[in-house]
Design a protein around this ligand. Structure first.
Ligand code: C2E
Ligand code: CA
Ligand code: CA
Length: 758
């Protein structure tokens, strides 16, 4: 008999040692579950001690106490195991309330077991003799069934929790849970076997101890290497990259599915390395290289494909284990990138660079070569919009393309050029390569496509790049300024930016900056130029602005109107003039000179920046003047911009009682055409413009026709720029209504106008 005790004691000692080591190691574990596992290990140690003690127990009374405590400790073990199962499977969070009830039942079971020491309601102990040896047998009482139900219920539930988890998982995750299940089940089965066999010594503690140790190993030591391996190999086999593994002898041992498909290979991997080397030009690569990566483009089935290749040798503890290729097909990304880059840097229509990219390149080129001299050349087709409007966009597009072709023909291949916008092209050219004649030729050769007879007038502006501190776009602006300065020059083709242009620009900027103060300080003056009837009697006037500058003297409008029209400041000037004129009309009304009228100019820009209708009606209301005394001069360009809404404004103004005049009629391009859509009260012809041609007879005919047409459309005709008596006579003879020009009077100050005419 003592040999059994020795065997058990040795077994217990070994288990206690292992458990102690596990408890010690568990102290260092950081996993959240570590605390519960450690508790399980400690409870197991306690249980083993009790069992060991039981082996030496002599009295029934002590055996009862020890057994009760022992079963209570096993009960605690079940409690901890349940907790572990819940935590590991992640049930706790969701169903915490349900399990709290369960914990109470287990605690109740524990109390029953401890209580048994006094109540003996679960079991009693009887000394039973087997041969020479006594052992303490448990004689169960009816209430013991309740304990059994609770105990097995908890065990079944624990198993169920784990199985439930397993069922919902992919097989790769089964490992941990199955191992846990086996560990728990093993302990239970051995316990059941002991119960069934009614063996003298409770061997189930050994099973519990092994189960606890297994739990420790599974949950705290196992790094799930198998799981990770499985997942990695799964990922590798399914990835879109080509993966090829080689052993230390450079023999291919593995191809993933993508690689098999790509190299069209089943099981015989012998040709793979050769294929890789050939396809990606890796032959002759340095063998000693540990790592190698490259981007490689290669034609496959006559389509250019791009690959990102990585070759890497694998080492463990300094010894080579093999190597692998990871080849990524980058074709789509690279094509998208190239496409995007092309789109971002090129002009869609002509395929030349766009302005942004051109400027970027200009800055780079100038920075790279600080001593080489360059010219910035820009081209501009006069009235290109008209080509589009008259012949259609497709024809316009073809003209633009022909400009690019011609340009390419004329400049060397490595000269940078772009389409800046619309009809504007820019070239950055080295001084040595620059030849004025070439560009003049270019300008002359540009023509409409066959069958269309329309002159194309191209102008070229050149900026010799002297100041490199300015941006590329400023250089382009300067070349453009050279063109803008010579807009009216139809004879010459090429113009150079010079200091005068810069000074003009500077002057314009200065004037713009001074405008507010000029208005405040009354430097702006309204001048009046008389308008007469056919008897030469003054009946009204046109208001024309003058700037009496403190240092520059009198600045005539042609020096600032156009610039202010471009930058929008014109509206400030006009609002000022309109106000002055309204005030003057009110003064005349009060002085009994209400029959005189004054025409004011409205710039196209005013329609953008002001509510024209409100401005004028407010003025009339404010000064209580007759709207018919305030005549409004608009130009064709006003209407051309936004026909419908502009016509509506004009209509409203006329309805209100204003007289609307069409200024500079005949200077535009579609004047006659315009008459069809717009109703105005007066047409204003500019003699100067119509008389420009050498053929005076022809001019007279045109004027006569326009007057007749106007009459037919119920419009009065004012003719301005009348300089000679013979012009006056002729205009009278064709029934022109009113006249304005130096023949009668020059624009003069209000005071002078009043003095001479009223
Ligand atoms: P416009 O409206 O066509 O004005 C007529 C211009 O012709 C005036 O030039 C006037 O002095 C000039 N002129 C008058 N009679 C004759 C003549 O017999 N022979 C010649 N050669 N010229 C004559 P001005 O005052 O220099 O104005 C030039 C342009 O500036 C105006 O042309 C008008 O477009 C603009 N402008 C003038 N004042 C204003 C204004 O207050 N607001 C706006 N928006 N533009 C204005
Ligand atoms: Ca005018
Ligand atoms: Ca005019």
């Amino acid at each position: 008999m003592s040999s059994i005790i020795v065997t058990f004691m040795s077994l217990f000692t070994i288990l206690l040692c292992i458990l102690s080591v596990c408890i010690y190691l568990s102290l260092k574990k950081k996993q959240p579950i570590a605390k519960n596992v450690r508790l399980l290990l400690i409870v197991t140690v306690v249980s083993i001690f009790i069992q060991a003690f039981l082996l030496f127990t002599k009295t029934v009374q002590v055996a009862l106490i020890m057994y009760s405590v022992y079963l209570a400790s096993i009960c605690l073990m079940r409690y901890v195991i349940l907790k572990i199962a819940i935590a590991v499977t992640g049930h706790e969070i969701k169903n915490i309330k349900k399990f709290r009830f369960l914990y109470l039942i287990i605690i109740f079971d524990g109390i029953l077991l401890i209580g048994n020491i006094f109540t003996k309601s679960l079991f009693i102990i009887e000394k039973v003799k087997i041969g020479q040896w006594y052992y303490h047998a448990i004689i169960t009482q009816p209430l013991y069934t309740l304990h059994s139900i609770i105990a097995y219920g908890v065990v079944i539930l624990t198993g169920f929790i784990i199985i439930y988890k397993i069922v919902g998982l992919s097989t790769v995750y089964w490992g941990k849970y199955l191992m846990l299940l086996f560990a728990f089940a093993g302990a239970i089965i051995i316990n059941a076997v002991y119960k069934i066999l009614n063996y003298a010594i409770d061997i189930s503690i050994i099973a519990y101890a092994l189960g606890a140790i297994a739990t420790y190993l599974i949950l705290l030591e196992n790094k799930q290497i198998m799981l990770i391996d499985k997942m990695l190999s799964h990922i590798i086999s399914k990835t879109d990259d080509i993966i090829v593994f080689l052993d230390i002898d450079n023999v291919c041992v593995y191809l993933n599915e993508t690689a098999k498909h790509f190299f069209d290979i089943d099981d015989d991997y012998s040709s793979v390395i050769e294929q890789i080397n050939k396809m990606f030009c890796l032959e002759g690569l340095d063998d000693t290289k540990v790592e190698y990566s490259a981007l490689c483009s290669t034609p496959i089935k006559s389509q250019m494909r791009h690959f990102d290749i990585l070759y890497k040798k694998l080492y463990r503890n300094g010894k080579m284990e093999g190597s692998y290729y990871k080849i990524k097909d980058k074709t789509i990304e690279i094509e998208i990138f190239n496409n995007d880059k092309y789109k971002a840097t090129h002009d869609k229509l002509t395929g030349s660079y766009n302005g942004d990219y051109f400027c970027e390149r200009v800055n780079e080129i100038l920075a790279d070569d600080p001593y080489r001299e360059y010219y910035m050349v820009c081209t501009d087709v006069k009235n290109f919009k008209l080509i589009n409007d008259s012949f259609g966009k497709a024809v316009g597009d073809r003209v633009l393309n022909s400009i690019v072709w011609k340009l390419r023909e004329k400049i060397s291949k490595d000269t940078l050029y772009c389409r800046l916008s619309g009809d504007k092209f820019c070239v950055l050219i080295e001084k040595e390569k620059y030849d004025e004649k070439v560009f003049v030729e270019l300008a002359k050769e540009i023509s409409m496509e066959d069958g269309i007879h329309y002159p194309i007038h191209m102008q070229i502006g050149v900026y010799k790049i002297e100041d490199r501190s300015i941006s590329a776009s400023t250089m382009i602006d300067r070349a453009g300024m050279a063109i803008a300065e010579n807009k009216e020059d139809y004879k010459n083709k090429i113009f150079y930016y010079n200091d005068r242009i810069r000074e003009t620009k500077y002057w314009e900027q200065r004037l713009s900056g001074e405008l507010d103060r000029a208005i405040e300080e009354n430097q702006l003056k309204v001048y009046l130029q008389a308008q007469c009837n056919n008897e030469g009697k003054v009946i009204g006037a046109e208001a024309l602005i003058r700037w009496l500058h403190p240092t520059e003297g009198m600045i005539p409008p042609y020096r600032f109107i156009e610039m202010f029209e471009k930058n929008g400041l014109i509206s400030k000037v006009d609002v000022f003039v309109w106000n002055q004129v309204a005030k003057l009309l009110r003064k005349w009304k009060d002085e009994g000179k209400g029959e005189y009228y004054v025409s004011v100019n409205i710039s196209p820009a005013d329609f953008y920046f002001l509510d024209i209708y409100k401005e004028f009606t407010d003025l009339v209301t404010k000064y209580e003047i007759d709207p018919s005394r305030l005549k409004l001069e608009i130009t064709e360009t006003v209407i051309m911009k936004d026909v419908e809404s502009r016509l509506m404004i004009v209509e409203k103004l006329r309805d209100f009682g204003f007289t609307v005049e069409m200024d500079d009629f005949g200077s535009g391009y579609s004047s006659l055409n315009m008459l069809k859509d717009i109703s105005v009260d007066v047409i204003k012809l500019d003699m100067g413009f119509l008389y420009k041609t050498k053929d005076e007879e022809k001019s007279r005919k045109i004027i006569e026709m326009i007057v007749q047409l106007s009459k037919a459309l119920d419009m009065l005709v004012v003719c301005e720029g009348v300089e000679t008596q013979s012009q006056f006579e002729f205009l009278k003879s064709v029934q022109c209504d009113y006249f304005q020009g130096y023949l009668f009077a020059k624009p003069v100050s209000i005071e002078e106008f009043e003095k001479t005419n009223m």
